[in-house]
Design a protein around this ligand. Structure first.
Ligand SMILES: [Fe+2]
Length: 366
């Protein structure tokens, strides 16, 4: 019975769209499942009014002021979350005067800005702009920035962060596993001051104190550790003849979510190929996108440090200018981090405070 083809439709998704149409991919399971391509006479984002809570969101995370921005004893601030994942911003400007341990979940730090070291049980991991640092649940660590103006996006998950299956692409696609960085033991043995370990459990902090530095591991072995992947070590895949779906850029999988990295790359060369993301209505995922660096040409009025949340059931796609100008561009220089959540992601009060309320109007053809 499948695939069916009715009316005017392209024979290859994202290529050779019927004249004057706007392609939507209506797909299941992110971009892995069954799908239909709908060729609309109008962009499905050309709405004129909204009622109810469902709408596209945009946040200027540069305006968030987590308590760790000015207080060394402060903490990151969560702005989005559900029962699987919690997204926070840390602007830590001073080294932690304590060690931290998150018993609620695994953490993925994305360094949007700043340099320094994260000291862990397993040893120190230096960080700089564009690094992902994976801190498994309950690892003891201490963030020691060397710069004042720092910006971390933190994703906390109930499950572990693991690399995706690379399937047909082979194990060296996207990045060779040998680029992953793991720490060497560096026990702190000459510090005799009293040290606090702050432990997060069920969203609350408790502390224990030691008469020595708790990061005192002189050796370790096993298949669990803190680790790091640098954006600049990811070599994105593309096809010169057809736009690949976001799933081709998957970097981590975790319980109830996947994390993708969109990186600078040449755009499709085939004159008939779509060069911007196709419209979609996020059937099975809520889609969070953090704009890290570059020129975000598919979105108007978006700058680095901003983020969008496109909930399931409502369309998103390229802004009108990007759609019109797609064939003038030969490459994209944008870097962004996407998180697709399997369950609805809720906007927390800290997110509401930095929201651009009229974002839903931004697709208006004017
Ligand atoms: Fe999307």
């Amino acid at each position: 019975m499948f695939p069916l083809r009715k009316g005017k439709a392209a024979s290859q998704a994202h290529v050779g769209l019927p004249e004057g149409t706007f392609e939507e991919e209506h797909g299941r399971k992110g971009f892995y499942g069954r799908s239909a391509h709908l060729y609309h006479a109008h962009p499905p984002t050309n709405w004129i009014r909204f009622e109810g809570k469902l709408r596209p969101h945009c946040f200027d995370l540069n305006q968030m002021r987590p308590s760790d921005a000015g207080d060394p004893r402060g903490a990151p601030l969560a702005f989005l979350g559900n029962n699987d994942v919690k997204l926070s911003v840390s602007r830590r400007s001073e080294p932690m005067p304590f060690c931290f341990r998150n018993a609620d979940g695994d953490e993925l730090y994305f360094v949007h800005r700043g340099e320094g070291v994260i000291e862990t049980d397993f040893g120190p991991l230096p960080f700089e702009k564009g690094d992902y640092v994976v801190l498994p649940r309950a690892v003891t660590y201490r963030v020691v920035p060397h710069t004042k103006d720092n910006f971390f996006l933190i994703i906390e998950s109930k499950g572990e962060f693991e690399p995706p299956e690379k399937g047909l692409l082979g194990q060296h696609a996207l990045y060779d596993p040998s680029v992953l960085i793991t720490p060497e033991p560096a026990p702190i043995l000459d510090d005799t001051s009293e040290w606090e370990v702050r432990i997060q459990c069920e969203g609350e902090f408790s502390s224990i104190w030691y008469p020595f530095h708790p990061l005192d591991v002189i050796g370790w072995k096993g298949d669990l550790t803190a680790w790091k992947l640098r954006l600049r070590d990811i070599r994105p895949v593309m096809s010169h003849r057809a736009h690949l779906p976001p799933s081709a850029h998957t970097t981590f999988v975790t319980q109830g979510a996947v994390v993708c990295s969109f990186l600078p790359r040449p755009l499709e060369q085939d004159p008939e190929a779509l060069r911007v993301p196709f419209f979609h209505r996020n059937t099975d995922y809520d889609e969070f996108l953090f704009y890290h660096d570059g020129d975000f040409f598919s979105r108007d009025n978006i700058k680095a440090g901003m983020a969008t949340l496109h909930p399931r059931g409502i369309h998103h796609g390229p802004h009108p200018k990007a759609l019109a100008n797609q064939h003038r561009k030969t490459h994209t220089d944008e870097s962004a981090v996407m998180l697709d959540g399997l369950n609805p992601i809720h906007v927390l009060p800290a997110g509401e405070q930095v929201e651009w309320a009229d974002y839903w109007k931004s697709w208006s053809p004017k």
